[in-house]
Design a protein around this ligand. Structure first.
Ligand SMILES: [Cu+2]
Length: 511
């Protein structure tokens, strides 16, 4: 067992370095407790592969079911062998099955809440009606259920699902509620990418946790910035996992499912070929030595391994941009995440054949179509000086209009900006073209402090003045503390609503 990475910073040191003015208005003092260094635990357990969710087709609708429930799981060797850690999961003890559907399919999900408190399920990255979005207005009471239904109408992508209850998202995700939602389409199938689920097309949900002396998840909410950074790294819920590689090429679908930690992924000695970001294929594949993913972001990478080779996916010291005291923000942590062990003989993988449609999708957003420019400033758990209000509508967008959102964080702590319903394109960062890994369709973007991000997006298909979508920081502590706003999309000519008619959520109570 090795201890490496973070240098713990005691509170007084952090405070002295930060200065009081740098974080005024936050209501919290960062670094009041020392940051625990990440502990590595061998790589001796096979990577668990979340099962593919079963579904049935009824009247042309592919129907899935998911039950949010309490359970327990062993996280040895981070905990003593035989220790049962209380957890939450969908249809199981921890995390949830992988939902998979084809573009064009109509899908429904029967979501049941077997927990003893309200939760919700949000389809992160999905283009769908606001009433189906699973945000804080669609909470499900204990014993209750909810059945959203929509048509999959977007390119193949690695999306995910997780709870989004008002003020409690961090706790629910931390307890274990999260899973992947994969969309497939013909264009991606033609690209000859590795696509055998769990074999050479492998979901990797990266999260961090800490444990108390009794083996329970430590969840302190002690005012740390940017939220709790765990000292143990999980890949699909396993501590110290390896995956046996049997093919020349392997595709990893990386999800940063941590509540606060931003990771900078590398595979030392190898170039990673990034093929897709949050919303699907990049305009073209990009060779990268390192890839930063903030909470909520996804990326698909392809690695080519030699027979018999062993490599590790690593989270290196992350360049967080101009944050104060990177050690307190997780920027100095470096640790291995997953070991990849290539067999002595590898089955051939076809040469990827990049589809033209990857360009066409990107071209659907045009700067000359911008009908509205909006500014968003993130500071002190507020967006534009306001905290989340369930009744207030912050933005009224018009159906079929293209907008440019200018987003900026003005404080020296990390934020991860997520917009529901749309996949946006990053036009520029401080006036410069974004780096190639940020060139594709995105729904979540890490905001380096004091840089100006221009996001181009278009609101299509679903107008509804009575149901809102969210935009927020995906560092879940920040979200829960109010760094969130609401937008509605209304039809052309329709009057803008003043407030939301139903501010309570909890629409689908149990008995
Ligand atoms: Cu934030």
């Amino acid at each position: 067992m090795t201890v490496r990475g973070l240098r713990a910073l005691a509170g007084p040191v952090a405070l002295a370095l930060l200065g009081a003015a740098a974080l005024s208005g936050c209501g919290v003092i960062p670094g009041t407790g020392p940051v625990r260094p990440v502990v590595e635990h061998g790589f001796e357990r096979p990577l668990p592969i979340p099962p593919l969710a079963e579904s049935r087709v009824e009247d042309g609708v592919r129907v899935f079911s998911l039950t949010a429930q309490a359970g327990e799981q062993e996280f040895a060797p981070a905990t003593e062998p035989g220790t049962a850690t209380p957890t939450w999961g969908f249809d199981g003890d921890f995390l949830g099955p992988t939902l998979r559907a084809e573009r064009g399919e109509q899908v429904a999900v029967e979501v049941a809440n077997a927990l003893d408190e309200p939760t919700s399920v949000h389809w992160h990255g999905m283009h769908l009606p606001a009433a189906m979005d699973g945000g804080p207005h669609q909470e499900i009471e204990p014993g209750g259920d909810w059945r959203p239904e929509w048509t999959i109408d977007q390119p193949a992508a690695t999306l995910w699902y997780h709870p989004h209850p008002h003020g409690a998202t961090e706790a629910h995700v931390h307890n274990g509620l999260a899973g992947m939602f994969l969309i497939e389409d013909d264009a991606t199938a033609e690209a000859a990418l590795p696509r055998e689920y769990g074999v050479d097309d492998v979901p990797v949900i990266v999260q961090d946790r800490s444990f108390d002396e009794e083996g329970r998840f430590r969840f302190e909410q002690d005012g740390a910035e940017p939220g709790e950074l765990g000292d143990t790294i999980l890949a699909n819920g396993a501590v110290g996992a390896y995956h046996e590689v049997t093919t020349e090429r392997i595709r990893l679908r990386l999800l940063n499912g941590s509540t606060a930690r931003t990771s900078q992924f590398t595979v030392p000695g190898h170039e990673m070929t990034m093929i897709a970001g949050d919303g699907g294929l990049l305009p073209e594949p990009v060779g990268l030595d390192a890839l930063r993913l903030a909470p909520g972001e996804r990326a698909e990478i392809v690695l080519r391994l030699e027979p018999g080779e062993t490599v590790r996916l690593r989270s290196a010291e992350a360049d967080l941009g101009g944050v104060a005291v990177p050690g307190v923000m997780g920027g100095e942590a470096a640790f291995d995440v997953l070991e990849l062990r290539a067999d002595e003989e590898l089955a051939p993988s076809p040469e990827p054949d990049w589809p033209e449609s990857a360009h066409a999708e990107e071209d659907a957003l045009h700067e000359q179509d911008v009908a509205r420019i909006r500014d968003f400033t993130l500071s002190g758990r507020e967006i534009n000086g306001r905290r989340m209000d369930m009744e207030r509508i912050d933005v009224v967008a018009r159906l079929d209009e293209t907008e440019l959102w200018e987003v900026r964080s003005t404080e020296p702590i990390p934020h991860s900006f997520h917009v529901h319903d749309v996949q946006f394109r990053i036009v520029s960062v401080d006036g410069e073209a974004p780096p190639p890994e940020l060139a594709g369709r995105k729904d979540t973007v890490y905001l380096e402090p004091n840089r100006r991000y221009l996001l181009l997006m278009r609101f299509e298909d679903y107008a509804d003045a009575e149901h809102a979508y969210m935009f927020h920081c995906h560092m879940l502590l920040h979200e829960d503390e109010g760094m969130m706003g609401q937008f509605v999309v209304i039809a052309p000519g329709e009057d803008a609503p003043e407030r939301l008619p139903d501010a309570g959520g909890h629409q689908h109570g149990g008995e």
